[in-house]
Design a protein around this ligand. Sequence first.
Ligand code: NDP
Length: 244
Amino acid sequence: MDFKDKVVVVTGAARGIGKQIAYSFAKRKAKVVLFDLDQAQLEAAKKELSGITESQSYSIDVTNYQQLSNVIDKVIDKFLKIDILVNNAGITKDNLALRLSETDWDKVLEVNLKGTFLTSKAVLKRMLKQRSGKIINISSIIGIIGNFGQSNYAASKAGLIGLTKSLSKEVGARGINVNAVAPGYIKTKMTDVLPDKVKEEMLKRIPLKRFGSTEDVANAVLFLSSQLADYITGQVVVVDGGMI
Ligand code: NDP
């Protein structure tokens, strides 16, 4: 798979799955634009891409439309187009529903769901003019099956699936594909914090008998972003080792 001359924007790209997605595109010759909150981590991630491909990084909050809009203008000034957007930035603030604060409910919905809507809106303006583009939203199996202590996260990730399907209907006629990837248990900082007992129980429920890697998720994103997936839109690709 070759992404030569393609311009890819990845949110939450300073670490974990987003960083791997950016790296996987870079290895396949795409020009990569990294968005993340953390300036220091972003610089480190960008450094790893130097020598592999042309890249840019922006310290930006996906919940701030004004920031997004300004930065997207800068990306277009530099690269003239955006071919692929990967909405990966996401957070968790877990608690049982009865103990969950309104603040933690709002924050998770704001970053995971509204952030994806706002970033897509800012990028779609350009893609609609180009009459081409691919948007990949990183959802989660938790958005499909729900989870104890994750009502806010599950609602945000289920919402992303509805957003994906709706957007795919709105922009399909302009040559833009919108799909989602729903990872299962992937080894990153987000899951490192889980107790060993929880990890052992999860492993028992995975038919492929291993946790996923960030590369497993990136591979699905590459496929959906490629010409091989030109006739696929409004879909959710589950990457979970068979767990659900
Ligand atoms: P990480 O927490 O390792 O990385 C998430 C990145 O998103 C961080 O760099 C974080 O920045 C950034 N981010 C958070 N909030 C914002 C914001 N408002 N604006 C811009 N960037 C932001 O997560 P993972 O790599 O594990 O997960 C990536 C995505 O995959 C998430 O959407 C997650 O929900 C999803 N996912 C992960 C699974 C897993 O098992 N790991 C399973 C299923 C889905 P900072 O460090 O500054 O907070």
